[in-house]
Ligand binder design. Sequence first.
Ligand code: ZN
Length: 181
Amino acid sequence: MSGTIKSAAPAAPGVKTRADLYAHALAIETEAAERYAMLADQMEEHHNAELAGLFRKLSGIEAKHAKEIEDRAADLDLPALDPWEYSWTGPDSPEALDVHEAHYLMTPHQALRLALKAEERAFAFFEGLAKTLDDPDLRPIIEEFAEEERDHVRLVKELLERYPPPAEGWDEDMDPPVTQE
Ligand code: ZN
């Protein structure tokens, strides 16, 4: 968990300028686009055309956002950040998913849970930034990004309701001690 904000310490000390902000947002959106493309592939393997289509659509939305940020940042010199220079606590951007979790055997529910975690991290990143970065010029942009991620969280939560967890307990209850390992 990204944890709570304990003090007025900046959530992302590396974000000070508009260029820093766009560089971080661009990384988040690009990762998100890749993530959804990968989840779409996974769901195709599961022959879940509906969810594959949805993830494909989400990938397109995130890619479009990335493109928009690129356009908005066109006249700025975006810092070419190395992975470790980004202002997040882990090695990956907040919206990146844990690829180790993303391997085969992923059910639609698991895929959506991964997407939700990533969207929540992205939202928390921008929200933390909005709370701690006291810059009247950047604030509206940060809030706009946070709002976008809040929408993504909402959307994935709605999808999760349609794809509840597989009833694992049900199996176990149905053939109890007969099973041998
Ligand atoms: Zn998102």
